[in-house]
Each structure stands twice: as C-alpha cells, then as structure tokens.
Design a protein around this ligand. Structure first.
Ligand SMILES: [Zn+2]
Length: 390
C-alpha cells in the first residue's frame, strides 16, 4: 500500500512538471520580447531551449572529459529529454513515449574509446516495470548484445572488462508501450566518468533569489562583444520571477546578491571609484583601440570575487553596495548576502541614471571563464547544471 501511494505521488509530480515546463517555455518567449537587443545583435540570437529533445551532443570543451553524442528512441518532452541522462543529477529523468518498438539509449563517442563499466539508474517508482535490458555495441553496422541484465534494480553497475567501442547502446526489448523512465546512464573507464559533468561544476545556488537564468545567447558566456577582447565572460541576470508562470520583475538597486556556494572572499571593492561620463567614454575608446593590459577602470564596476576551492571562482559585478561583513579573507556561506545589484561600471552609473541595472555573474574554472570556446547552447546547459541544488 505504501509503495503504491509513493508511485502515485511520483506520477502526479511528473504531470505537474510537464505542466510547469510548458508554462516556462511560453514565458521564455515573452521575456525575449521584453529584452530586445540592438539590431546588430539580432543575428546572433537564438534560443538555447530550441533543441531536439531526443538527441544532442555534450561537448563542454575543457569542462567535460570526453565530448560525445547521444540519442534516444523517443522523448516525452523537454522536461524529460535525453540530456537529463547525462546531467549528473539522478532526480532529473528521461522518459520515452509509449511505442510499439523497444526503446533504446545510445552514446556515440565518434572515436575509439576504452571503457569497462556501465551504470544505469532508474527512479524508485519505475524500475519494477522493466523486465530486462541489453547492453550492445555496434559491429560493422549491426548491433551486438554483449550483456543482458534480467534482474533490474534501482541502481545497476555492470563491469564489462575490455570494452573497446566507439558506440554503446542500451536496448529495452520488453519495455514497449510503457513510459520507460531512466535517471542516469554512465560509462566509466575504471574511476573516470566518460559521459558526465565534473561534480565541482554542480550544486551552486542562484546569486539572486528567484532570479531568472536567461537562455538568449547574447546574455550568456562566450557571446561576442565589441569590447574586452571580444567576449562576454559571464551571464547577465536581469529579472526575478516567483514561479515559471509569473511575471518577470526587473532587478533594482535593492535586490540582494547572494553567494552561490561557501567560499573565501578574494576581492571586495571597498575603494571603488565611479567614473563620470567623460572618463567612461575615454575608457571605452581605450578598450576599443588599445591592447588590453592592466584594467584599472573595469566595466564590471564594483565587484566581489569568491574562491570556492576545487579551482572554482565566482565574480559578482556592477554592484551598488557591498555588505559590511564582506572583506577579503572572510568566509561566506552558500546564500549569504554579499551586497546589492547595481549598474556600477556602466554608462548608467556615469550618467547618474538607473539604466542598465543587472547582475553580471562570472564563473572561473581552472583559471578560465566558464563558457570560453562554447556555443551559447552549451553554456546554457552547463549553467543550468551549475545552478542546480539538490
Ligand atoms: Zn554581462
């Protein structure tokens, strides 16, 4: 009886998520309209959410061990798209549509790949529906089963010594006409995860309470810019939103900025000096025409930087004020107030107006900004994972 009610609850949760997903997708469009960029930026716009839910590639450059492509036989929705199999989060799921053909998952490394372990995980409420599955490799165009699991558990780990294959497929031959649900599909070479995301790039909370992560390419790391060596190095957060169906509310100088994880303060601009309009224009001219060396008047304005360990540093820009506890060397907790949002370093501040108020937030990993060399869709995926807390 207890197991039955858990199963029902989970299914209600799933339906609720589908509903929220549709609302969220619709909401994203209206936000894009409000925040229209200038004409020359329009050609760069695409919405990172417009991706095929059944297949894709995971290539976060230096941020993943191995680039790979994936495909699944079918997918219920974006909320249950194939990507969730590889996001290092067992609470997000891939769910197939009901079909007459056996569902499958495929990972293609596109080149020789040594591996010797495959892990598959299912949600607690669904694994009992699965009779068995087969792990297959592709031999000159034909799928060959190398292992069959007839006793499916919630978490399954299969040691498969000496696997040397570029493609791996999991086939569920007896799972037709059900919504097959899988939470994780991991491939290892000994202890190295070949198809996931480093743990230190997960589990941060959002720097703004109920803040909205933009999916438009111009607001994401790696977007082209006409200044500062040509790239936007962070993500621009402009709105809060109580729920996926509610209104976008612009940030103000009162909005609190929060530490995304515990760490140590390594920069806090207590002696920040605003630019006047003349200085701002001169600085802009210099960054457009001269080689960049020492940046004494940064367009990032009043900043705080936090070292989180494991080579992860975050930076919070354009602040209007800094909280009194935030000094270099101080330790902060996840969610601790750092200061308030503003437009410091931007033209709005130089003019004395409220124009351009937003939080520019950067993540630096192993000495490089997170998102360097990535397409906006890749940056968006990586950030969505970075900001998930469980
Ligand atoms: Zn920015």
């Amino acid at each position: 009886m207890k197991a039955r009610s858990t199963k029902l609850d989970s299914r209600y949760f799933v339906l609720l998520n589908i509903l929220l997903c549709f609302l969220f997708l619709n909401g994203s469009n209206s936000q894009a309209e409000r925040n229209l960029p200038s004409t020359d930026e329009k050609s760069l716009i695409f919405n990172a959410r417009e991706v095929d839910e059944r297949k894709g590639s995971i290539d976060f450059g230096n941020y993943t061990r191995t680039p790979f492509q994936y495909e699944v036989s079918s997918s219920m929705s974006g909320m249950f798209g194939a990507f969730h199999l590889f996001d290092s989060n067992p609470s997000t799921l891939w769910m197939s549509e009901k079909t007459k053909l056996p569902p499958w998952i495929l990972v293609d490394f596109k080149e020789k790949r040594l591996m010797n372990r495959v892990d598959l995980s299912f949600p607690a409420w669904s694994y009992k529906d699965i009779k068995n599955y087969e792990i297959q490799v592709n031999v000159w165009g034909t799928w060959k089963t190398i292992f069959t699991n007839n006793k499916v558990n919630k978490d399954n780990s299969h040691s498969l010594p000496g696997m040397d294959a570029s493609m791996v497929r999991v086939l569920f031959p007896k799972s037709t006409n059900i919504h097959l649900t899988v939470s994780d599909f991991k491939i290892f070479l000994e202890n190295s995860l070949l198809n996931g995301i480093p743990e230190e790039l997960t589990g941060h909370s959002f720097p703004i309470l109920n803040g909205h992560l933009p999916s438009e390419s111009h607001a994401l790391p790696g977007a082209p810019r006409s200044y500062r060596n040509g790239y936007h190095k962070g993500v621009d957060i402009l709105y809060t939103r109580q729920s996926p169906s509610s209104e976008f509310i612009p940030l103000t100088q009162e909005t609190e900025v929060l530490a995304t994880a515990k760490g140590k303060i390594i920069r806090a601009d207590w002696n920040y000096l605003p630019m006047n309009l003349e200085e701002f224009e001169k600085q802009k001219e210099l960054t457009n025409t001269k080689m960049l060396t020492y940046v004494d008047r940064d367009f990032g304005g009043r900043q705080i930087w936090i070292d989180h360990g494991n080579d992860v540093i975050t930076s919070y820009n354009h602040l209007s004020s800094i909280d009194s506890k935030i000094k270099v060397g101080a330790t902060v907790k996840q969610g601790q107030i750092l200061g308030r949002v503003g437009n410091s370093g931007l033209k709005g501040e130089a003019e004395g107006s409220e124009e351009g108020i937003h939080l520019h937030f950067e993540i630096w990993y192993k000495g490089e900004f997170l998102g360097k060399g990535l397409k906006a869709s890749q940056s968006y995926q990586l950030l969505s994972i970075f900001f998930k807390t469980y």
